[in-house]
Design a protein. Structure first.
Length: 78
């Protein structure tokens, strides 16, 4: 989050943390099976990050690398 928020060029990337103990409906809606889980939501499309978790790889995913991953159908999240 710090990496993306500190970069002026990434102004449209917002990072949030969800407490799944309190937000069980959201956890179910996104199909969270393990922690931590990372999702990118753009419009109605949702991409789940499944790579090696590190600041650089997560930032690359958020900056456009998500386009290489399969989109989860938006109907699953409505």
């Amino acid at each position: 989050a710090r990496t993306l928020h500190s970069s002026k060029a990434e102004g449209n990337v917002h990072v949030a943390r969800v407490n799944c103990s309190q937000e069980k409906a959201l956890m179910t809606r996104f199909g969270v099976r393990a922690f931590p889980s990372f999702f990118l939501v753009t419009g109605l499309d949702v991409y789940e990050f499944k790579g090696n978790r590190g600041a650089r790889t997560l930032a690359e995913f958020a900056r456009g690398g998500y386009k290489k991953f399969n989109v989860r159908p938006s109907k699953d999240f409505i």
